[in-house]
Design a protein around this ligand. Structure first.
Ligand code: SAM
Length: 166
């Protein structure tokens, strides 16, 4: 029998036990959104300030990040189901394969966002452009990249980010 939360044409698969990638959450994301219905589908730089609250052990890992105007944030969409191979999004109902959607429902529910770096307060990074629930586990932070070089846009007035780093 089809579970009640499955939409027409969605396919649920029986999953084998997960491989153990030994992911480590480096902190939590603090956002204004407690409920998925309030959460934007994709973040916007017009959106509210959100905070990447790192475990203090990672504070030295932020050195140099302030030179970047845009950073990439990876987070774990922990409240998602992980067993759908096709999905019929509520918005248009058109059934599509999971890998051609940016839906949070995926085998490994990693969310990514390119966000605007506002400031760094100790082991908290304040950004605009997120779209996740308050308390979402944080996986990683990286500087923005461009097509052919690891060099990314510097914030106005900031020193150019170092070259040759990847
Ligand atoms: N920007 C990311 C990406 O493209 O990889 C995520 C996009 S996903 C469409 C954003 C949606 O995921 C939100 O609108 C919300 O419905 C849902 N979401 C946010 N935080 C979540 C969480 N912690 N667990 C499960 N779903 C979440």
């Amino acid at each position: 029998m089809t579970p009640p939360d499955i939409r027409p044409n969605e396919i649920v698969v029986q999953l084998t036990p997960p491989d153990d990638a030994q992911l480590r959450f480096i902190g939590r994301v603090r956002t204004p959104w407690r409920d998925r219905s309030q959460c934007p589908r994709q973040g916007s730089v017009e959106g509210p300030e959100c905070r990447l609250c790192l475990d203090p052990v990672w504070a030295p890992a932020l050195a140099g990040l302030e030179a970047y105007a845009r950073i990439e944030v990876l987070y774990w969409l922990d409240q998602s189901r992980r067993d759908l191979v096709t999905q019929s999004p509520r918005l248009d109902g058109v059934t599509t394969g999971t890998f051609s959607l940016r839906s949070p429902v995926r085998p490994n529910p990693i969310g990514t966002a390119l966000v605007q770096l506002v400031r760094i307060d100790g082991c908290e990074v304040v950004v605009r452009g997120l779209d996740c629930l308050d308390g979402t586990p944080l996986l990683d932070i990286k500087p923005d990249r461009c097509a052919y070089s690891p060099r990314a846009l510097a914030k106005p007035g900031a020193e150019e980010p170092p070259t040759g780093h990847s």
